[in-house]
Ligand binder design. Structure first.
Ligand code: HPA
Length: 271
């Protein structure tokens, strides 16, 4: 049943495209601007895709966009789904199953995150080396369909070393400074307490956010090469000297977006 639903969504998208990309990128809060760099675009609103979830967060448009960037065909999710919106972890990963049936092999995930590592500052970009799933919810809970992936997928290398190396080369070529670190998932929608951030820091987190981990787990399960990058939009609670606001997160993400877009453009051309 699930497989048939996913197939219906994938067939709908495939019919609109003359060619299927190998790489998809999920654009986080304030980072949707990458779509402006895309040429020969086919924009498919989520609302039109049968069985697709619908996004509700300010700063997140809801479009599945296929087009060329630097001459390379990619798919972009302009707007993602979050656990705090009330989706189950499986539902919010629904687009990945659709991508799998379309034949997409590489998944780039981007997000806005709070800096837990005190060496970071707002505006920094961080390659995600690993994750901690603090909310313990897993998108793979439920029946397993072996046509998608194994019951017990390995997570010893959730982020592709091959794409990471390409990303590092691309950053060096462009003179873009970046950090590397561990991304911790907090369920939200409230920001973390200062005590939670102290606990996360002690447990090895460098950045904290409300997305990306379910997609990372699901992408690995589906056999995709996953690469992740966080835009540090603010220092996390207790490290920051001001209160958080979503407007500020989106503003800093928008500011860093030019640098991130240039980087991702260089990266997708190389994979
Ligand atoms: N915490 C959680 N998610 C976030 C943050 C934060 O400080 N900043 C941007 N997304």
């Amino acid at each position: 049943m699930f497989y048939e639903k996913v197939k219906e969504s994938a067939d709908f998208i495939r019919e609109k495209l003359s060619e299927i990309p190998k790489t998809a990128i999920i654009l986080g809060s304030g980072l949707g601007g990458l779509v402006d760099f895309m040429e020969e675009k086919c924009v498919i609103p989520y609302a039109e895709i049968p069985n697709f979830p619908k996004s509700s967060v300010a700063g997140h448009a809801g479009n599945f966009v296929v087009g060329k960037i630097g001459g390379k065909l990619i798919a972009a999710m302009q707007g993602r789904f979050h656990y705090y919106e009330g989706f189950s972890a499986r539902e919010l990963c629904y687009p990945l199953y659709v991508m799998k049936l379309l034949g997409i092999e590489n998944l780039i995930v981007t997000n806005a995150a709070g800096g837990v590592n005190r060496d970071f500052k707002p505006g920094d970009l961080m390659i995600i080396d690993n994750y901690i799933n603090f909310i313990r919810v897993n998108p793979l809970i439920g029946d397993n369909d072996d046509r998608f992936g194994p019951r017990f997928p390995d997570m010893s290398e959730p982020y592709s070393p091959v794409i990471r190396e390409k990303a590092e080369n691309a950053a060096k070529k462009l003179g873009i400074d970046y950090k590397r670190g561990v991304y911790a998932l907090f369920n939200g929608p409230c920001y973390e307490s200062a005590a939670e951030i102290r606990a996360f820091a002690a447990l090895g987190a460098d950045a904290v956010g409300m997305s990306t981990v379910p997609e990372t787990i699901c992408g690995n399960y589906l056999g995709m090469e996953v690469f992740g990058v966080s835009c540090i939009t603010n220092m996390a609670t207790g490290i920051a000297t001001v209160k958080h606001s979503h407007e500020e997160v989106v503003r800093v993400a928008n500011e860093a977006s030019e640098k991130l877009c240039a980087w991702m453009k260089e990266l997708v051309v190389s994979i």
